[in-house]
Design a protein around this ligand. Structure first.
Ligand SMILES: [Ca+2]
Ligand SMILES: [Ca+2]
Ligand SMILES: [Ca+2]
Ligand SMILES: [Ca+2]
Length: 484
């Protein structure tokens, strides 16, 4: 574990601009990228050739059998060189060799290589000098069996399942980092202006990017803006996310939407109450009945101020936000906290009735302060209504963040930092699951917690998210990193 001083004090997904980002590999929850609005010209992340038909692309990898014969790839295998990237995507998006697993011969397979056509050395942590590796994992929360889905030399985090209805196969939506913009040899959340929203199959195959695609040739580029925190709509048609692309690198984040293929990337409109010039809207979530929720955070003289939770509806015909309501004011903690007080990263329950979020309570936990989870009704007659939320499992020695509802709405997964373990040099970061016993009339609940990752071979887990497949509803997906 790196020393405490190496930690950023950012507590939520989106960092404040005045923080120097030297976060250890253990706690990456940021997410952000770069890019261009007119992605539709190249078909977003779909690699399909416009003239290709199913009948002459036997393996559906985006190349016709004739093209595969010319290239020397196998027309019956989508990933000829077994580097996770499909043959068509190697040609149309990554500019890599579909018959060579490591195009640039730098020892990192194309599918794990943030820059597969640039010779990179294996990343080392500049603080520890140790090698760093990243991965995406799924774990069964009832049997504790864990499977590594990807093995990458760069970070792929904020991983969430797309709804099962999205396509003929389930997908993972995530953010990743394609350029070492802060030149620390790592490709991770320190490189927010190199962040990209991406999508892959649930087994880790066919990673491809939805943002930061050059519309003139369909190839990956870094547009030096932030694209981050992707969340699917419940019908799987859209992805809501944040970006500062109209002022790249400014951290002036706004809410954006695109379709699941990366087409039609557009900022959301506001029927009323748009963010002020000193406010950002971020950490959006899209629930049932086109309900959305997000945080609106002030910046005061460049410092992060109150973060408040808002609820609203979204009109998908015009991509307009309406019924905008301030759900919590975030004003019950003092302003002079390191990263701003308030409520963060709200998530709507599957039935649309409740919100789970987390609140800054004190600075008792080192690194970034003490946060604990709360649950409240999605609507409240007295909104904004700080008194109408219920904090639970409050503990001044642990910070608990990033709650995620399971598909039946009776569990929350979350991420925990244990101050006591940290001070003893032990595994301080874990994923936990709360089993909830909920009553809505009148509202009450109890929560029982379980540590899902007590022994994890040195991996530091990030934000968890539940599988959307009812047959695999006990599975969590998450990314992690470790040094060796
Ligand atoms: Ca083919
Ligand atoms: Ca390949
Ligand atoms: Ca290759
Ligand atoms: Ca390589």
């Amino acid at each position: 574990m790196p020393k405490k001083s190496n930690y950023s004090r950012d507590q939520d997904h989106l960092l404040s601009r005045d923080n120097k980002f030297t976060f250890p590999r253990c706690c990456k929850w940021l997410s952000l990228t770069v890019f261009v609005l007119t992605l539709s010209a190249c078909g977003g992340g779909d690699s399909s050739d416009a003239v290709t038909t199913i009948s002459d692309d036997t393996d559906l990898d985006g190349l016709t059998d004739q093209q595969e014969e010319n290239l020397g790839t196998n027309p019956t295998v989508a990933d000829t060189d077994n580097d996770r990237i499909w043959d068509g995507d190697e040609v149309s998006m990554f500019n890599t060799n579909p018959t060579l697993s490591d195009t640039d011969s730098d020892g990192i397979d194309d599918g794990a290589d943030p820059q597969p056509t640039v010779f990179n050395t294996i990343p080392t942590d500049p603080n520890s000098g140790r090698f760093v590796e990243y991965g995406v994992f799924k774990t069964n929360t009832t049997s504790s069996s864990t499977q590594r889905i990807t093995n990458t030399r760069h970070e792929e985090n904020h991983v969430v399942y797309a709804p099962l209805s999205t396509s003929n196969q389930p997908l993972l939506i995530y953010q990743t980092y394609i350029e070492d913009t802060n030149s620390d040899t790592l490709f991770n959340e320190g490189d927010l202006s190199g962040s990209v929203i991406a999508i892959m199959n649930v087994d880790g195959t066919r990673p491809r990017y939805l943002t930061d695609i050059d519309p003139s040739n369909g190839m990956i580029q870094n547009n030096h803006s932030i694209d981050a925190t992707p969340e699917p709509s419940p019908d799987g048609q859209y992805i809501i996310f944040v970006s500062d692309r109209d002022n790249p690198g400014s951290f002036q984040l706004k809410l954006y939407v695109m379709d699941i293929h990366g087409n039609n990337q557009t900022p959301l409109n506001y029927a009323s109450n748009p963010p002020a010039s000193n406010e950002i809207d971020a950490d959006p979530f899209w629930g049932v009945d086109n309900k959305i929720t997000f945080k609106r955070q002030q910046f005061i003289s460049g410092r992060a101020g109150f973060s408040r939770v808002f609820t609203a509806n979204i009109d998908t015909a015009t991509m307009t936000i309406y019924n905008l309501v301030e759900r919590t004011s975030g004003s019950n903690t003092p302003l002079n906290t390191p990263n701003g007080p308030g409520d963060f990263d709200p998530k709507i329950s599957p039935d649309g009735h409740l919100i789970a979020s987390y609140r800054h309570l004190s600075d008792s936990v080192s690194i970034f302060g003490d946060y604990d989870l709360w649950i409240g009704a999605y609507h409240h007659v007295d909104a904004p209504a700080d008194s109408s939320i219920t904090l639970f499992d409050q503990d001044t020695s642990t910070a608990v963040l990033f709650p995620r509802w399971n598909i039946s709405g009776d569990k929350l997964a979350a991420w925990q930092l244990d101050e006591t373990a940290l001070s003893m040099g032990m595994d301080a970061i874990d994923l936990i699951v709360y089993e909830l016993d909920l009553s809505e009339q009148p509202f009450s609940f109890s929560a029982t917690r379980t540590n899902i990752t007590p022994n994890n071979d040195g991996w530091f887990e990030t934000m968890p998210s539940w599988n959307t497949d009812p047959n695999r509803a006990e599975e969590l997906i998450y990314s992690a990193s470790r040094q060796f």
